[in-house]
Design a binder for this molecule. Structure first.
Ligand SMILES: [Zn+2]
Length: 122
């Protein structure tokens, strides 16, 4: 199901963008949809400012209605998840290194204490 987006935004049809043919829920015709890029700074329903020019939408070739490009959103979400996972891995590694450093330091302190006790015992 495509989500109706807006017809008021300025978009640039992508030369090498995706083309899809399915029924338009805006005009009801079976039309070719073209992948477009939304102009930078265009506001969605005049409320939400879109960041960057990366936002991709699908445009109905019949009535020019715009719909969210779910494939692009999915790709972006996957990329975000991948980065989050990598960050979590890095964080776990950092924690591991910290733990090892801590253990190392503990061991050194133990050695020092043992040495101190030995010296005191003399
Ligand atoms: Zn349409």
């Amino acid at each position: 199901m495509l989500i109706f987006w807006s017809t008021k935004n300025k978009v640039n049809r992508l030369q090498d963008g995706r083309k899809e043919t399915h029924k338009c829920s805006s005009c009801g015709k079976t039309a070719t949809f073209y992948q477009c890029e939304v102009d930078k700074g265009v506001k969605l329903y005049g409320v939400v400012t879109l960041f960057g020019s990366q936002q991709k939408v699908m445009q109905c070739g019949e009535c020019l209605a715009l719909f969210k490009d779910e494939e692009d959103e999915k790709a972006m979400r996957a990329e975000t998840e991948r980065l989050a996972k990598e960050e979590a891995k890095r964080e776990a590694l950092r924690q591991q290194i910290k733990d090892e450093e801590y253990k190392q330091r503990e061991a050194e302190v133990d050695d020092e204490l043992a040495q101190l006790k030995k010296n005191l015992g003399k």
